[in-house]
Design a binder for this molecule. Structure first.
Ligand code: FAD
Length: 318
């Protein structure tokens, strides 16, 4: 079932969904089940599975240092989606990125998803490789998520890359895209970012999932700005608890966002690790309750390996 149909079927109720990462290569599927089994009591209608590229060290510089210069796709996203649907009978939403894929490989990946009965795809550009400094697409790959949305929408209309395919069966994917309440870090300003976000929606994307944020005002302002810009699709807030001191630095650095002073002060003042975890849980619970009361279609939790914390949070708002 399409994510947007889940929203419609919910009839104004706020749904709860989760996002997981594939394990590092060689990791077991059981680690995925260990994450998801405890979350099934909250009846998530869908689970997102991210897609990643990883940097590998392979070149030794004359200085003696090894430099990260190569990248491979992390396997698992498609297989994990199939395993989720098989084990839990719920929808899985694979993320599909531009980075690392030519348009032909993208088409092949989408054909596989279609054969598996996957109805939804979250379409992303992916981040730049650290050693490139800026995002460089594959030869004959997409530059922006917008281009990937267009390819997917073409397939929904039965238009494949090879013109000679005349009997192609249209796919019927529901497409989601990313949005940034605090602006994507490469965008010169919010207006520009919203302009390109609107292009993704105008091209056929049907819902938005936001980057995490720690001040709900950022989300509410973002929704207002989107509506004023003519973006009228559901906007799902992405939520992630911060429970450790080092995350006060790493999360802003990695995700280019702000942490409210009131929250960072409270976390730093907590007396030990468990007290800090509780501060983080309380903050995300308060965020979740306010977002739910405001009628958001869905609360989307980034589990990022901390299922116990996520469970404690959702128990308090479910
Ligand atoms: P785009 O929409 O392509 O935008 C990228 C930048 O280019 C923005 O600054 C935008 O304003 C600008 N832009 C867009 N179109 C144009 C244009 N035509 N001309 C000029 N500028 C333009 N990363 C992963 O690798 N794997 C994942 O699974 C993953 N999941 C994510 C899930 C969510 C909910 C979110 C919010 C992010 C996720 N990311 C993931 C991170 C994402 O890939 C990065 O944030 C990436 O830098 C941007 O992706 P995007 O799809 O927003 O890109």
């Amino acid at each position: 079932m399409k994510v947007t149909d889940h929203f419609k079927a919910a009839n104004g109720e706020t749904l709860i969904s989760f996002e997981i990462l594939p394990p590092l290569k060689g990791g077991k599927i059981q680690s995925i089940f260990d994450t998801l089994d405890p979350l099934m009591e909250f009846n998530p209608p869908f689970i997102d599975v991210t897609y990643h590229r990883e940097e590998f060290i392979y070149k030794k510089r004359s200085s003696g240092y090894y430099e990260k210069v190569a990248m491979r796709k992390r396997p698992g996203t498609v297989g994990i989606c199939a395993a989720i649907m098989h084990r839990y009978g719920i929808d899985a939403v694979p993320h599909l990125i531009c980075g690392g894929f030519s348009v032909e490989e993208t088409e092949d990946a989408l054909i596989d998803l279609k054969f598996l009965g996957i109805d939804n795809v979250l379409v992303l550009r992916g981040d730049a490789r650290k050693f490139d400094g800026k995002f460089i697409p594959e030869p004959n790959g997409h530059h922006y998520a917008l281009d990937l949305v267009k390819q997917l929408v073409n397939m929904n209309e039965g238009i494949y890359l090879d013109n000679e395919i005349t009997n192609a069966e249209p796919s019927d994917f529901c497409t989601g895209v990313a949005g940034y309440p605090e602006k994507h870090f490469e965008a010169p300003n919010m207006q520009s970012d919203l302009h390109f976000l609107k292009q993704k929606i105008d091209a056929g994307a049907e819902y938005i999932v936001t980057q995490m944020f720690f001040d709900n005002k950022q989300y509410f302002d973002f929704v207002k700005r989107c509506r004023a810009a003519g973006i009228n699709v559901p906007i799902v807030p992405g939520l992630k608890p911060i429970t450790k001191k080092y995350q006060l630095n790493s999360i802003p650095r990695l995700f280019h966002l702000n942490i409210p002073k009131e929250f960072s002060d409270a976390l730093l003042a907590a007396k030990d690790a468990e007290a800090r975890r509780q501060v983080g849980i309380e903050w995300t619970v308060a965020q979740s309750k306010e977002l739910k009361a405001a009628g958001t279609p869905c609360l989307h939790y980034y589990t990022m390996g901390d299922v116990d914390t996520i469970k404690e949070i959702v128990q308090q708002i479910y």
